[in-house]
Design a protein around this ligand. Structure first.
Ligand code: NAD
Ligand code: GLY
Length: 354
């Protein structure tokens, strides 16, 4: 088993990565939840039928009383009514402050269950058991939990670190190729922003089968890079912004497709290539960097460009949370493996994107 520890003041937690780990979840949860009796297992309608049974058996064997709370799969479940449904369900189940919530699923389940845990009884413990590649390399680590509002994604949330993160790479076997590719956009992002040798490692394994052979190393490396960032900047006021590479333009592409045409991973992939192109044009990023990123993302079927009008760029740049007033901080690459924040007037960026 590979183990990483995220060190945060008074809230250290382990990330454990091993094939078949799901069947050992009970004993591992018991180690971090010695007093818990009841566990609310939040999952979705795709993941529950695949993995909740195996998880439940393991939790019961460790002496927990586990109850499943299953939501419809998909982003619309990350909403206030679903959150209220969970609160009421937890209360009905009799969940107490010494009990805990388990998130079994992708980033939607993790963000929603995490926010429910952060707020129920003013905060109960929770354990992340991510089952998508994106959730394993990104959303399950770092404590950002949230729901979407009508006005936009992730607008209500909290920082609420898990007690434990359990990753069973075997769960990725049932992911559709497109969902796996979405996660690869974030995997490639880590190489781009923080670790050129890791980027090269990925470039030598250009396909799902090749990555799957090395999946434990891939998960460990991504989580270790995210750990370093989160330990330095838990509250997202500095270094954590580097994780936004490809996301400012990516949000514009998601908006351009009305959140239907392009997945988040596809939009981020195109956003990374275009951010590299801008950096190259401004003399910040070495020539050819965008082409290297595009060659790798293309190996996973991710697009290099996405059509986007000036109005759509305008709307997305206006919404960007990393902007302050008239300026925006775009994440650029000083070189592959080294991201830098680049503050600039929003108007100038919009002009350059025309
Ligand atoms: P998701 O949770 O919707 O999962 C994608 C799809 O895969 C769903 O249909 C799901 O049911 C299915 N699925 C999950 N695991 C499966 C498995 N093992 N086998 C078969 N199907 C499976 O989406 P996601 O891409 O995992 O996460 C996206 C969400 O994560 C967004 O809401 C985003 O805002 C959030 N996010 C949060 C953070 C953070 O730091 N908290 C970071 C990045 C993204
Ligand atoms: N996924 C971005 C962050 O965790 O900050």
């Amino acid at each position: 088993m590979k183990t990483l520890t995220v060190h945060l003041p008074g809230r250290d937690y382990d990330i454990r990565i091993e094939r078949g780990l799901l069947s050992r979840a009970g004993e591992l949860c018991r180690e971090v939840l010695p007093k818990a009796r009841r566990l609310a297992v939040v999952t979705d309608s795709n993941v529950g039928p695949l993995y909740a049974g195996k998880l439940g058996e393991s939790l019961n064997a460790a002496g927990f009383e586990a109850r499943g709370f299953t939501l419809p799969a998909g982003e619309p479940s990350k909403c206030a009514p679903a959150l209220e449904q969970l609160w009421e369900g937890f209360a009905h189940f009799g969940l107490t402050r010494t009990d805990a919530v388990i998130a079994l699923g992708g980033g939607v389940v993790g963000d929603l269950a995490g926010f429910a845990a952060a707020t129920f009884l003013r905060g109960v413990d929770f354990v992340q058991i991510p089952t998508t590649l994106l959730a394993q390399v990104d959303s399950s680590v770092g404590g950002k939990v949230a729901i979407d509002l009508q006005h936009g994604k992730n607008l209500a949330g909290a920082f609420w670190q898990p007690k434990l993160v359990l990753m069973d790479p075997d769960t990725l076997d049932t992911l559709p190729d497109a969902t796996f590719a979405d996660g690869m956009a974030e995997v490639i992002k880590y190489g781009c922003i923080l670790d050129e040798p890791f980027f090269d490692f990925l470039a030598q394994r250009p396909g799902r089968a090749e990555i799957t052979t090395e999946i434990e190393h891939v998960l460990y490396t991504c989580c270790d890079l995210k750990r370093i960032v989160v330990e330095e900047d838990e509250r997202d006021t500095g270094k954590r912004m580097l994780l936004n590479f490809g996301h400012t333009l990516g949000h514009a592409y998601e908006l351009a497709g009305n959140y239907q045409t392009w997945t988040h991973g596809q939009a981020v992939a195109a956003g990374m290539v275009q951010a590299a192109a801008l950096g190259e044009r401004w003399g910040i990023t070495p020539a050819g960097t965008g082409a290297r990123i595009a060659a790798l993302t293309a190996a996973f079927g991710l697009p290099e460009t996405i059509p986007c009008t000036a109005e759509q760029y305008d709307a997305a740049v206006g919404l960007d949370k990393k902007g302050t007033g008239a300026d925006i901080t775009l994440i650029l690459l000083e070189k592959l493996g080294k991201a830098v924040p680049h503050k600039m007037p929003k108007a100038q960026l919009l002009e350059e994107l025309k």
